[in-house]
Design a protein around this ligand. Structure first.
Ligand SMILES: *[C@@H]1O[C@H](CO)[C@@H](O)[C@H](O)[C@H]1NC(C)=O
Ligand SMILES: *[C@@H]1O[C@H](CO)[C@@H](O)[C@H](O)[C@H]1NC(C)=O
Ligand SMILES: *[C@@H]1O[C@H](CO)[C@@H](O)[C@H](O)[C@H]1NC(C)=O
Ligand SMILES: *[C@@H]1O[C@H](CO)[C@@H](O)[C@H](O)[C@H]1NC(C)=O
Length: 345
């Protein structure tokens, strides 16, 4: 008769001998899952490794049985991320990326003149596909520009079918009698619209008034408009101060208001003066006097330093002041300036 306690003990011992040691929780393989996952396994228990979504197994074994030794065999399984299709090139744009692997996101931008048709970023999914789809960079276009009232297109070439590409220009011209306010050129912007359109407005000018001692000619029309011209002239011995021709400006006034100014009679009959950088004889160059605005330089003498210098005189509406320093001397019926007299002796 065997005591029951011994039976129990031997059963326990034989159980240990048959069962061997338990296996611990297996070493982790990155991005994998183990089924079943427990703290310990009895010898003979099976476990299965599989990769997490987005990862694919490479090498190694996936199914293991806990051996009697209680030591899991070395597992060389690797779970590597899925790779999405190459997306490093975007026509007329740029892609920002590190890798094309799950679970990375890449982003897109377009070169100037193009816009992103689609999403600005995409993610590599568990299935190894880009989501959302890869966008495209489409050229920015503007529809034909609207024509402002009283204007016409003078330069415009649509190059994108009936439309224009980003940066294209169109030039407007106003109809006759109309002046332009704003830029005549518009540009196709990144928003697909045109920059500010100009405005064309009808502009009238009053009849120009006749200057004193002169006259003005202008078209014999009932109304004078933008760009119409008038020409001015002066009666004899008067000269024009201002341009001969004036134009009706976009502000509805004339580009200038010329007037007639009197010429100057010269009290000095003979002298050498400087006019426009040249030495000229006053008696020949200015025998009819000086015109309004003309300027000459007289030679004067510095008695102490015995040297000469010049002083200016300008004809202003009939008056010219001869420099006080200027002297003329008469010798044997000839007139000399102080200076020429000096140099003769
Ligand atoms: C856009 O891409 C196309 C095709 O690569 C190329 O021919 C064209 O020159 C590009 N346009 C610009 C403005 O870069
Ligand atoms: C341009 O416009 C004309 C007239 O509206 C139209 O018949 C033609 O189909 C358009 N062309 C394109 C390329 O859109
Ligand atoms: C063009 O479109 C942009 C964006 O919608 C807008 O801000 C801008 O004012 C528009 N430009 C003109 C000249 O209408
Ligand atoms: C014409 O009018 C404009 C705007 O009022 C002014 O700036 C300009 O000086 C005027 N021109 C003349 C020649 O008076």
């Amino acid at each position: 008769m065997i005591p029951p306690g011994l039976i129990l003990l031997s059963c326990f011992l034989c159980h240990v001998a048959i069962a061997g040691r338990t296996c611990p929780k297996p070493d982790e393989v990155p991005f994998s899952v183990v089924v079943p996952l427990k703290r310990s396994y009895e010898p003979g228990e099976q476990i299965v490794f599989s990769c997490q979504p987005g990862y694919v197994p490479r090498g190694g074994i996936r199914r293991f049985t806990c051996p009697l030794t209680g030591l899991w065999p070395i597992n060389t399984l690797k779970c590597i991320p899925r790779v999405c299709p190459f997306a490093g090139i975007l026509e007329n744009g740029t892609v920002r990326y590190t890798t094309f692997e799950y679970p990375n996101t890449i982003s897109f931008s377009c070169h100037t003149g193009f816009y992103l048709k689609g999403a600005s970023s995409a993610k590599c999914t568990e299935e190894g596909k880009w989501s959302p789809d890869i966008p495209v960079c489409a050229p920015i276009t503007c529809p034909p520009p609207p024509t402002p009232r009283f204007a016409k297109l003078s330069d415009y070439k649509p190059l994108a079918g009936n439309n224009s590409f980003y940066g294209s220009k169109a030039v407007f011209e106003c109809l006759p009698h109309h002046a332009m306010f704003g830029s005549d050129t518009v540009t196709c912007t990144e928003h697909g619209n045109w920059t500010q359109l100009p405005e064309c407005r009808e502009v009238k000018c009053p009849f120009p008034s006749r200057p004193d001692n002169g006259f003005v000619n202008y078209p014999a029309n009932p109304v004078l408009y933008y760009k119409d011209t008038a020409t001015f002239g002066c009666h004899e011995t008067y000269s024009l101060d201002g341009p001969e021709e004036v134009e009706c400006s976009k502000f509805g006034n004339w580009s200038a208001q010329p007037s007639c100014k009197a010429s100057c009679k010269l009290s000095v009959k003979k002298a050498t003066v400087i006019y426009e950088g040249e030495r000229v004889a006053i008696q020949s160059k200015f025998k009819n006097g000086m015109l309004h605005g003309q300027k000459i330089s007289f030679f004067c003498k510095n008695k102490e330093k015995k040297c000469s210098y010049t002083e200016d005189a300008q004809c202003i509406d009939g008056t010219v002041e001869i420099p006080k320093c200027f002297k003329v001397i008469q010798v044997n019926g000839h007139w000399f300036t102080d200076l020429t007299f000096l140099s003769l002796f």
